[in-house]
Each structure stands twice: as structure tokens, then as C-alpha cells.
Design a protein around this ligand. Structure first.
Ligand code: MG
Length: 304
């Protein structure tokens, strides 16, 4: 027997460019769960058929089961986790505000610290994370988890600013971008050649060229017209889907705003899931939403 949904709201797709034609989906957004404080970091497991996400102030990771629609607590306390991803072996990689670190949950369930400091200082509060084509882990480190005790533990910046980092396959940590205000969401292009990174304080997305273990470029890709960008994901055609205050903004790779999916709560992050990667999952303030779309999510660079 399936659990009833926590509700549903009409899904409103707004076309702003003719190239948005054909991009649509269900006529309603399913509210799969509600009751969080500030939910973030959705990740879909195709093998496990579940979504994990964080409720940061409540210090827990939740798990929605695709087969039963039931929601359970996956981990609590959770170190005030924020963003998650899966690595090329399907292991959960998590950003932890509270412990100021990035961790990996190994196949035996043990939690391994991948990065927690740079040059003798503790990281601020890792926010979001992606895995590159070579297995390196790239993450952002703004200060939202140390600004106050709400999303972590109030503290000082010990690493000189809010940077973007790369953990090499051998574990070495390096700064790959140090000119952000509050770097937040990040996503690779499907071939791994580009890395898009949002800056919540600047309400922008910038695009970098991935040059081995370094980034070059970093020009402005998009400016958010409603609130600020948080999490970002790409679909299979390279379009950039950015979380914003009024919903999800969809950009052509040339930077044009094609359209929006309006959502009744401020969206923090998103991911494509389902066996065909055509089901969009949204974390939005207090709730987890989903709907099926006519597009498919992009592959991870290590799958290319
Ligand atoms: Mg974020």
C-alpha cells in the first residue's frame, strides 16, 4: 500500500523563448514530503531507487523510497549535511556544515573524511559537491554553516575566504577558484569540459573551462532575475537548470533564459532521477517535490 502524497500543486511551465517549446512535464508537482526547515541536497540512487536529501537546520538526512513513497530518517544527527552526490562507485559523498568537512559513506557504511581543512585552517561549511570524469571531487565552501547556529555552528572563516576546491583522486586538496563571494551550486557539462558554479550572494552562475585539475575562464553565464541561484543541474541537451526563489530557471547553453518551472516554495536544489532520469526532484524550503518531464537529466562526467 502506498503512502498518500503530502499534497500536489499545479505545475506551471513558463515559456520565455521559443526554444523552450517541448520542454514540459506533468501538470502537477507532487509534494512527496513536507515538514522540513530548509531542505537541500537531493541525490537519486538508481540502484537503490531512493532519494536522499538534507534538512539542514534539523540536522538529518531523509530518504524517500521510490517503490513505496515512504519517507524515513536515513541519518540523524548528520553533521548538518547540505549537498550530496554519488561517486563513480555509487558511494554517497556529502557536504557537512556542522563538521566543516566533505565525507564519503563507504560500502560498509563507515564514514570517511575526504577534506576538512586547508593550510591549517578548517573549511567553512562545504555546500555542494560533484564528481569529475577522473573521479576527483569538486566542492564549494561558502560560510552559510558558520554564519550562525541555524545551519551548523557559528564560527570564523579560517581559510581566507569562500573558495571552490578540488579533491584529487590521491586525496590532495587544492583551491580551484578563489574569486567568489559565496560559491554554492555546481555542475559539470555532460562531457565534463565545463563547470558551472553559482554564487548566491552575487545571484549569478559563472562558467569555467575544466583544464585537467584547474579551471580557466569563469565568465558570467547567467544572472538570476528572482532571488539568487542555489543548486544547478544540466539536462541531456546541456541546458542548465538553476534553483531560484520562484522555481527553476532553465538556460540554453548559450546563456539565454528559455523558461521557468514555477514552484510555490523557494527552491534550493534539484536532481534528475528515475530509471530514465526524466523525473525531476526538487528540494524547496520545507518540501520535497517531483514531477516527470519531457527531458532527461544529463549523465555524470564519469559516465560519458
Ligand atoms: Mg546549495
Amino acid at each position: 500500500m502506498l503512502e498518500p502524497l503530502a499534497g500536489a500543486v499545479p505545475a506551471e511551465w513558463v515559456r520565455l523563448d521559443d526554444r523552450f517549446a517541448g520542454i514540459r512535464g506533468d501538470s502537477r508537482l507532487e509534494r512527496l514530503w513536507t515538514g522540513g526547515r530548509w531542505v537541500e541536497g537531493p541525490v537519486y540512487s538508481a540502484a537503490g531507487r531512493y532519494v536522499l536529501w538534507s534538512d539542514i537546520p534539523s540536522d538529518r538526512i531523509l530518504r524517500w523510497d521510490e517503490t513505496s513513497y515512504q519517507v524515513s530518517v536515513f541519518r540523524e544527527p548528520a553533521g548538518n549535511t547540505n549537498g550530496h552526490t554519488l561517486d563513480e562507485q555509487g558511494r554517497l559523498v556529502s557536504c557537512e556544515h556542522g563538521n566543516r568537512r566533505v565525507t564519503r559513506t563507504d560500502h560498509d557504511g563507515s564514514i570517511r573524511v575526504l577534506a576538512d581543512g586547508y593550510n591549517g585552517g578548517r573549511l567553512n561549511s562545504p555546500n555542494d559537491v560533484v564528481v569529475g570524469s577522473d573521479g576527483a571531487i569538486w566542492f564549494t565552501d561558502p560560510a552559510y554553516g558558520i554564519d550562525s547556529d541555524y545551519e551548523g555552528h557559528q564560527g570564523e572563516i579560517e581559510v581566507g575566504g569562500c573558495h571552490v576546491y578540488r579533491i584529487a583522486p590521491d586525496g590532495a586538496l587544492s583551491i580551484v577558484a578563489d574569486d567568489f563571494n559565496r560559491p554554492n551550486g555546481l555542475a559539470f557539462s555532460n562531457d565534463g569540459s565545463l563547470l558551472y558554479i553559482s554564487d548566491t550572494e552575487e545571484a549569478t552562475i559563472r562558467v569555467f573551462t575544466v583544464d585537467g585539475d584547474k579551471l580557466t575562464g569563469g565568465e558570467l553565464f547567467a544572472e538570476c532575475g528572482n532571488g539568487a541561484f542555489d543548486g544547478i543541474r544540466l539536462d541531456s541537451e546541456g541546458r542548465v537548470w538553476g534553483a531560484a526563489a520562484d522555481g527553476v530557471h532553465v538556460y540554453h547553453p548559450d546563456g539565454a533564459l528559455l523558461g521557468k518551472l514555477l514552484v510555490p516554495e523557494t527552491v534550493s536544489n534539484l536532481c534528475f532521477g528515475g530509471p530514465k532520469r526524466n523525473r525531476l526532484f526538487l528540494t524547496a524550503t520545507t518540501s520535497l517535490y517531483s514531477l516527470f518531464t519531457t527531458v532527461n537529466g544529463g549523465r555524470q562526467p564519469y559516465d560519458a
